[in-house]
Design a protein around this ligand. Structure first.
Ligand code: ADP
Ligand code: MG
Length: 258
């Protein structure tokens, strides 16, 4: 897919985090990536390769040592973290719901930020709930009593209440069973296409990737070793790193046709 607007760009980003011994450890090296409006980028790689750190950089939960990150052409270092996180929310791996109803959860971010509570009856909000497959009949139910798949959808919708332009997802389906994960994959794709969001999601679920991503960036030791279309990376990997990561899966059913 050609992307006219690179909604989200990382340019030669270098980042470090203190290790347990207190020494700074490089977690990303010279990373350059872009994601267009309406596009889904899957970030894949072995554990510890820097995938979560990359998402945190986009959200200013981690600041780069060097390089720059742009949201719709604007350097994110000039956007306050709360404003940035409303425009590009991160849905963390471990889902978390506040005590209370689904409605309370959808309004909590505004409450915490002391801004006006969102009206859940506007056409935009109802459309968002529908896109996330959050049934409006759940609004007055205890959020923590929903099924895990339903809770994941509420977390997704909650993240997007606000001026959301891009979405960061960290292993969003790791707690879900296969059919629920597959459904959610379709939701991500639909959200990108219908709301023009740039979506970056971290996963090691190749089937999910195949179902909803346009492109893949493969990270090893904090560096992008391959980047390209889903078909190109999954069916014609160019590097030994990607081939060895894929090989146990390729004995299964991961032949991609698109
Ligand atoms: P991934 O998501 O691909 O598993 P991470 O981005 O979590 O990788 O980790 C990249 C590197 O950063 C690893 O070497 C890891 O040990 C280190 N790291 C992860 N979390 C923290 C943290 N909270 N503080 C310091 N270093 C961390
Ligand atoms: Mg991670």
């Amino acid at each position: 897919m050609s992307h006219v607007v690179p909604l989200l760009q990382a340019r030669q980003v270098v980042a470090s985090r203190p290790s347990e011994s207190g020494q700074l450890q490089r977690v990303l090296q010279e990373t350059t990536l872009e994601v267009g409006a309406g596009e889904v980028l899957a970030v894949i790689g072995p554990s510890g390769s820097g995938k979560s750190s990359l998402l945190r950089l986009f959200n200013r939960l981690l600041e780069p040592d060097r390089g720059e990150i742009l949201l719709a052409g604007e350097d994110i270092k000039n956007i306050s973290p709360p404003a940035l996180r409303a425009r590009i929310p991160l849905v963390a791996q471990k889902l978390f719901l506040f005590p209370g109803t689904v409605r309370d959860n959808l309004q909590i971010t505004a409450k915490l930020r002391r801004t006006a509570l969102p009206d859940l009856n506007t056409p935009e909000l109802l459309e968002l709930l529908e896109l996330c497959h959050v049934d409006s009949a759940w609004l007055d139910r205890d959020a923590r009593k929903l099924s895990v798949g339903q809770q994941q959808r509420v977390c997704l919708a909650r993240a997007m209440v606000g001026p959301c332009q891009a979405l960061l997802l960290d292993e969003p389906t790791s707690a879900l069973d296969r059919p629920t994960a597959d459904q959610l994959a379709l939701t991500f794709r639909q959200l990108a296409r219908e709301k023009g969001l740039a979506i970056v999601f971290v996963t090691h679920d190749l089937r999910l990737t195949e179902r909803c991503a346009d492109r893949i960036a493969f990270l090893v030791n904090g560096a992008v070793v391959e980047e390209g279309s889903v078909n190109q990376i999954l069916n014609h990997p160019a590097t030994a790193e990607v081939r060895s990561f894929l090989s146990p899966e390729l004995s299964g059913d991961v032949e991609v046709t698109r």
